[in-house]
Write a protein that binds this ligand. Structure first.
Ligand SMILES: [Zn+2]
Length: 195
């Protein structure tokens, strides 16, 4: 019974049944009577209507179920190792990416220490904070999954909103790459100046 239950829950099976039923009826009809549509006509129209309605309801129910299952998954940040540096963070720049603003930061130096650009870990220490900021007013954005596709990013302050294929927590790694590259260029320029 388990197999039957799984088959019933499979969207592919639902679609195949929907497509194959009329084909099988037509082929069977042709083989038995020599007429493609004889079997269709021998069944009252309301039987076909109900069959179609059931088919559509089946596929629709499966689609909504899948969608809901996906919405439940992976909303919010992945739980990772979050380490805060000893002296906190210091903002070193802002990068626009995907039409929103991302704050780039480096570990803050100790009070007696180096300037942030001379961080001992170099550009490898760079961090981009989530959530990103509204490009219009600078408020931290909120993210929610959109029903059909991707994510909605909204500003609670000014009403800015946009849709994005990926979540904050995926995009942030791309912004980190950009930030590391920028910082490497910047640090190299400083070093060659100092020489
Ligand atoms: Zn805003």
């Amino acid at each position: 019974m388990r197999l039957l239950e799984d088959l019933f829950k499979s969207l592919v099976v639902a679609l195949v049944v929907a497509v194959l039923t009329p084909v099988v009826v037509a082929v069977g009809s042709r083989a038995a009577t020599g007429d493609w549509t004889a079997w269709f006509r021998s069944v009252p129209w309301w039987v076909w209507t109900i069959a179609c309605a059931l088919m559509i309801a089946w596929v629709a129910a499966l689609l909504v179920k899948r969608r809901k299952a996906r919405l439940r998954q992976t909303s919010g940040p992945l739980i990772g190792i979050v380490s805060t540096p000893l002296y906190g963070w210091v903002e070193v720049g802002r990068i626009p990416y995907q039409r929103v603003i991302w704050v780039v930061r480096l570990p803050a130096p100790p009070p007696w220490g180096w300037s942030p650009e001379e961080a001992p870990g170099g550009a490898g220490d760079v961090d981009v904070s989530t959530p990103p900021r509204c490009p219009l007013c600078g408020t931290e954005l909120e993210e929610s999954r959109s029903f059909w596709w991707g994510y909605n990013w909204n500003c609670v302050s000014c009403g800015f909103s946009k849709r994005n294929r990926e979540s904050f927590y995926t995009e942030v790694y791309r912004v980190e790459r950009l930030a590391r590259r920028d910082l490497e260029v910047h640090m190299q320029a400083r070093r060659s100046q100092a020489r």
